[in-house]
Design a protein around this ligand. Structure first.
Ligand code: PLP
Length: 401
């Protein structure tokens, strides 16, 4: 008998399960609205022109494949921190940064750092309800406990600000609060600047650590500075400790290249050096040092002024297409005669829309209309095109009548 006979079959990943069902469906009208990856208006994956050009430039340089430092490609981590913080943390000399295996790896390294060094007794990370499906698993695997604060109001399909503040104020002093910097996944609901100010005050009053997860900088509004506004406000105020997980998967389309950073805003350069030494000690036994190619690409895009300008234009183009598809979907639903309120589709922001569809309605969409999304009613807007938005609106109208 095998040594592994006791290993039970685990449940499939929710998103991958949808992709499988989508692939099996032979209907030409089928739509995959599950995966959180950008698609062009022709429904195709998109490699940014700035990235292609950076790739050509790197190839021409004939670089070697030597190991980088444990903290990765220095030109990349500097430029990435600059993009995130701009001037909010001063000259960045006090910010400890390490390259990570995209945003997921950043959360994992960050979770490890907090488990080891966060002073609070109760090492619990509080995440919004709902949140990205991987957060709880990542933090639990770091040995942290995971709690929740209320975030989404199912009545309005908007922010439950009052409940959120109530929960943040009730947390044990010195908790860890995970905040989506922008383009909240899965709801698409972001606080306004005024709401952020109240959230910031609650986090500061509780002496909590603000753990920002920024997987969509530039993707929400089309403006990378604006999308980093909440993060920078916390850092500039300097009252709450701030750590950041940053991903370039979506905003540079580098998904499979796995490009990200984890950073900690320290008090001064000396503290930064101590923190960085510990980040190295965390990373070394996990994967020694990160892959170089994607980080070099991102560094080239961020530091070459021409490529950077082109990239910012392309990010805005992606954000604008998503915003246009939100408007089109809402308009077609209203034109189709749907009596339900759909304003939240255009109020929400970023790659995802929390439609308010029930699990049963989602099942019917798949069965009768070949439209696939997660059972929480989350639609990846990037999967909608001007060619299929009418069909989607009719399908959603049919199941919500
Ligand atoms: N955080 C959030 C909120 C996300 O939505 C994602 C990706 O979907 C990630 C982190 C991490 O993604 P990646 O590891 O591909 O950078």
């Amino acid at each position: 008998v095998s040594s592994w006979a006791h290993v039970e079959m685990g449940p499939p990943d929710a998103i991958l399960g949808i992709t499988e069902a989508f692939k099996r469906d032979a209907d030409p009208r089928k739509m995959n609205l599950g995966a959180g990856a950008y698609r062009t208006d022709a429904g195709k994956p998109y490699v940014l022109s700035a990235v292609r050009r950076a790739e050509a430039a790197l190839l021409a340089q004939g670089l070697d494949k030597e190991y980088q430092a444990i903290t990765g490609v220095g030109a990349f981590t500097r430029a990435a921190a600059e993009l995130a913080y701009a001037g909010a943390a001063g000259d960045l000399g006090r910010v400890a940064v390490t390259q990570t295996i995209s945003g997921t790896g950043a959360l994992r390294v960050g979770g490890e750092f907090l488990r080891r060094f966060h002073g609070g007794g109760e090492r619990t990370v509080y995440v919004p309800a709902p949140t990205w499906g991987n957060h709880a698993a990542v933090f639990r695997d770091c040995g942290l406990k995971v709690g929740q604060y209320r975030y989404f109001d199912a009545q309005t399909n908007g922010l439950a600000l009052g409940a959120m503040l109530e929960d943040l104020r009730a947390l044990p002093r010195g908790s860890i609060v995970l905040l989506h910097a922008c383009a909240h996944n899965p709801t698409g609901v972001d606080p306004t600047a005024a709401q952020w100010a109240e959230i910031q005050q609650a986090v500061e009053a509780g002496e909590h650590v603000a753990f920002f997860d920024m997987a969509y900088q530039g993707f929400a509004s089309g403006d990378a500075d604006r999308d980093a506004g909440a993060l920078r406000a916390f850092v500039a105020a300097g009252r709450a400790p701030v750590v950041l997980a940053q991903s370039f998967a979506k905003n540079m389309g580098l998904y499979g290249e796995r490009v990200g950073t984890f950073s900690v805003v320290g008090a001064d350069a000396q503290e930064r050096a101590r923190i960085e030494s510990q980040l190295k000690i965390i990373v070394r036994p996990m994967y020694s040092n990160p892959p170089v190619h994607g980080a070099r690409l991102a560094a080239e895009v961020l530091t070459n002024p021409e490529l950077r300008a082109e990239w910012l234009g392309e990010v805005k183009g992606m954000a604008d297409r998503i915003i246009a598809m939100r408007a089109a979907l809402r308009a077609r639903l209203e034109d189709a005669g749907s009596a339900r309120p759909w304003q939240h589709i255009t109020d929400q922001i970023g790659m995802f829309c929390y439609t308010g569809l029930t699990p049963e309605q989602v099942d019917r969409l798949a069965r009768d209309f070949h439209v696939y999304l997660t059972r929480d009613g989350r639609v990846s807007i990037a999967g909608i095109t001007s060619g299929n938005v009418q069909y989607l609106a009719e399908s959603i109208h049919s199941v919500t009548k």
